[in-house]
Design a protein around this ligand. Structure first.
Ligand code: UP6
Length: 248
């Protein structure tokens, strides 16, 4: 299979969230998603303000915030998303039966269904566990970046079948190629390090686009830990876009 451009992906990925991400990518000439793994609302909003112009989506782990408050956290974040034209991707990695996921998605402190444009979900609980994510786009966890993970080829093949067949799913997180009908999101990207001493394994944007034919890179510490997060976001944005163009 030939590596498809974002324009070509627009023709075959018809989920509305996939369409939005691809359109933003083309408008901003960016395939960068920043992982905002910070623990206060202030840091989250400051980061979003700095990197907003350069990204297609901001990825959150909303449950690591010490001071989450729907009005103080989500309303200003939504404003920034609109101002800078990016989507909000909650990296919840749901991994339970459908009924429990439905509750985790819409209830509790975070009420993710009220604000996330897309969420990540494991597919370990099977096809029907994904039925509850109706008003959102799902990125299925197909393969993980960490050392010693259990997502071997057989697991990934079975996970890919679920991702391809479920109408709520439009993409996958993986460190391997996935079919063209899905958008591929690749975390574990860092230009300065090969690991974090805690199992994370890093590759370069070139690896993601050329070897994996990825569509979007996800960068956390490479950007939010940098002295100048905005400059670093720009560096990864340019590296990601150049690597994408070189891979065509
Ligand atoms: N993430 C991975 N690997 C996966 C799936 N998700 O690293 O296989 C997520 C992590 C983190 C981000 O939960 O939020 O991507 C990577 O951050 P980093 O760039 O700081 O390592």
């Amino acid at each position: 299979e030939k590596r498809l451009s974002y324009e070509e992906k627009l023709e075959i990925c018809d989920h509305t969230v996939a369409q939005k991400l691809l359109q933003i990518a083309l408008e901003k000439k960016s395939n960068l998603i920043v992982s905002a793994d910070v623990t206060t609302t202030k840091e989250l909003l400051e980061l979003a303000e700095k990197v907003g112009p350069h990204i297609v989506a901001l990825k959150t782990h909303i449950d690591i915030l010490l001071d989450f408050d729907a009005d103080q956290t989500i309303l200003p974040l939504k404003d920034l998303a609109q101002k800078y034209n990016f989507l909000i991707m909650e990296d919840r990695k749901f991994a339970d039966i459908g009924n429990t996921q439905e509750l985790q998605f819409a209830y509790g402190t975070y009420k993710i269904s009220n604000w996330a444009d897309l969420v990540t979900a494991q597919v370990i609980a099977g096809y029907e566990s994904l039925d509850c994510f109706r008003n959102v786009g799902v990125v299925a966890i197909i393969g993980m970046s960490s050392h010693g993970n259990l997502t071997d080829q057989n697991y990934r093949d079975e996970a890919t079948k679920i991702a391809l067949s479920h109408p709520n799913v439009f993409g996958g997180v993986s460190q391997n190629k996935i079919p063209n009908e899905l958008l591929l999101f690749t975390p574990g990207v860092n230009l300065a390090h090969t690991g974090d001493g805690k199992g994370q394994q890093y590759n370069t944007p070139e690896h993601a686009f050329t070897k994996l034919e990825s569509d979007f890179i996800i960068v956390g510490r490479g950007i939010y830990k940098a002295d100048d997060a905005e400059q670093s976001a720009l560096t990864y944005k340019i590296a990601g876009w150049n690597a994408y163009e070189a891979s065509l």
